[in-house]
Design a protein around this ligand. Structure first.
Ligand code: FAD
Length: 413
């Protein structure tokens, strides 16, 4: 251990490890301080273990919170440049049709190993089991104190301690507390990318069923966001990527006391009425119990028929214009109230965080405490599902690392 490091990196997650690689490669003597017994645990769970590490379509519109900070970070670190960094770390990547980028190995463990090696090979130190409980600046140096009393000193400090999502993987809000203690504002935090809750009776018996849908979030009756993709029904509501993408807007609206609902189209891109008319004519004896089977799973079809006010024993031949219209309306627009979302324990990302108003967006250096920087989810930026959050972690970490490096060179810290 050194007397004084160039940089104390608080949090050995995606952002902290990327900053550790960049700074140590630039010849800076850094230490990554990680609360858990190993670094990068959350990274291992990303993309279902495959690590969707970026998205070729990364643009400010895919982000929420401080879009200006995202704009600056993306300008300096667009996907192409970040992928070159990964290539240099030994992680070539490829993208799918929707621009989602994965390592060729399709293994999150490869990405974590490469980041760890990138730190080790350039002499970055790592202290695990080091839960930073206090960060202070005296004179020109920062001191980080761990829960067990250990102390380290650095000329600069970079807070990469993440947000509140997925506490089992290390999230705890410490980063926000450390920054607040140094005079930073933290915006309201709530889960983003999380499953939606409906009244349980609305989805009773449907747990585990899946359907390809288009899904709209209605706020006070108006559609504010639409998503397409696979819907997974659960015993508490709606999951799957399409539903989880709506959580941020739903939480925002519910927190403002507005009414939320999800409108689900189970026949996206098709004329539901014409579809059902043709079906009635070709399958006149089929009862409602089985009528929608094949368009949607049978059990879901029964729920939809009931929601349209139809008896399950009713044969298709008796679908008159009104009944057919009612069934088509439910098939293409089943609407369920949204009562909330899953909490941070099940969410993937935190909306809100340390306010970017307190940072120089070119370097992510604090405007309140010179030499203090922050990157990643601890900041008030969250992205859509699809690799955008990890891209922010890398891009913000690289922005901060460049800022730290030039600050140290100029002797500002
Ligand atoms: C299940 C799951 C799947 C996901 N999949 C994807 C995906 O495929 N693509 C994508 O783009 N995003 C994904 N995300 C989101 C993405 O993982 C995060 O946005 C990203 O990891 C944030 O990086 P970070 O470095 O800011 O924070 P983190 O990765 O959370 O790292 C923060 C680190 O700081 C440590 N720490 C906290 N407090 C202290 C303290 N006091 N002292 C020392 N250390 C501390 C934590 O233990 C942790 O290791 C997923 C998230 C989850 C939960």
């Amino acid at each position: 251990m050194t007397d004084i490091y160039d940089t104390l990196i608080i949090g050995g997650g995606a952002a902290g490890l990327m900053a550790g690689c960049a700074l140590s490669r630039a010849g800076r003597h850094v230490v990554v301080l990680e609360k858990q017994d190993r670094v990068g645990r959350k990274l291992l769970s990303t993309g279902n273990g495959r690590c969707n590490l970026s998205n070729l379509n990364a643009a400010p519109a895919r982000y929420h919170g401080s879009r200006q900070a995202v704009r600056m970070a993306l300008r300096a670190w667009p996907p192409k440049k970040v992928l070159e960094i990964f290539e240099g770390l030994g992680i070539p990547c490829s993208a799918d049709d929707e621009g989602r980028v994965y390592p060729l190995s399709r293994q999150a463990a490869s990405v974590l190993d490469a980041l760890r090696l990138g730190c080790d090979e350039n002499g970055a130190e790592t202290l695990t089991g080091f839960a930073v409980t206090g960060l202070s600046r005296d004179g020109r140096a920062f001191t980080a104190v761990a829960a067990d009393g250990r102390r380290v000193r650095g000329r600069t400090a970079l807070v990469c301690a993440g947000g509140l999502a997925a506490p089992k993987l290390g999230a705890c809000g410490d980063g926000h507390r450390l920054l607040e203690a140094l005079g930073h504002a933290v915006t309201p935090r709530f889960p983003a990318i999380a499953a939606l809750k409906t009244p349980p009776e609305a989805v009773r018996g449907l747990k585990g069923l899946r359907a390809e849908v288009s899904l709209a979030l209605l706020v006070d009756g108006q559609a504010v966001r639409e998503e397409a993709g696979e819907l997974l029904l659960t015993d508490y509501g709606l999951s799957g990527i399409a539903a989880m993408q709506l959580a941020r807007s739903a939480n925002e609206a519910l927190r403002a006391g507005r009414r939320c609902a999800a409108r689900i189209d189970f026949a996206p891109g098709r004329d539901a009425r014409a579809l059902l008319e043709a079906r009635r004519d070709s399958l006149p004896r089929r009862a409602m119990e089985d009528f929608l089977n094949g368009i949607v799973p049978r059990r879901l079809g029964q729920t939809l028929a009931r929601a349209a006010g139809l008896e399950l024993s009713l044969p298709a031949a008796r679908l008159d214009a009104a009944r057919l219209g009612a069934l088509a309306a439910v098939l293409s627009g089943w609407t369920l109230p949204i009562t909330g979302t899953q909490g941070f324990d099940q969410a993937q990302v935190t909306a809100g965080g340390a306010s970017l108003k307190d940072f120089d967006l070119r370097t992510l250096e604090s405007l309140r405490v010179p030499g203090l920087y922050a990157a990643g989810e601890v900041l008030d930026v969250d992205g859509d599902c699809g690799g955008y959050n990890l891209h922010w972690a890398w891009a913000s970490a690289l922005t901060a690392a460049a800022g730290i490096d030039s600050g140290l060179s100029e002797g500002r810290a």
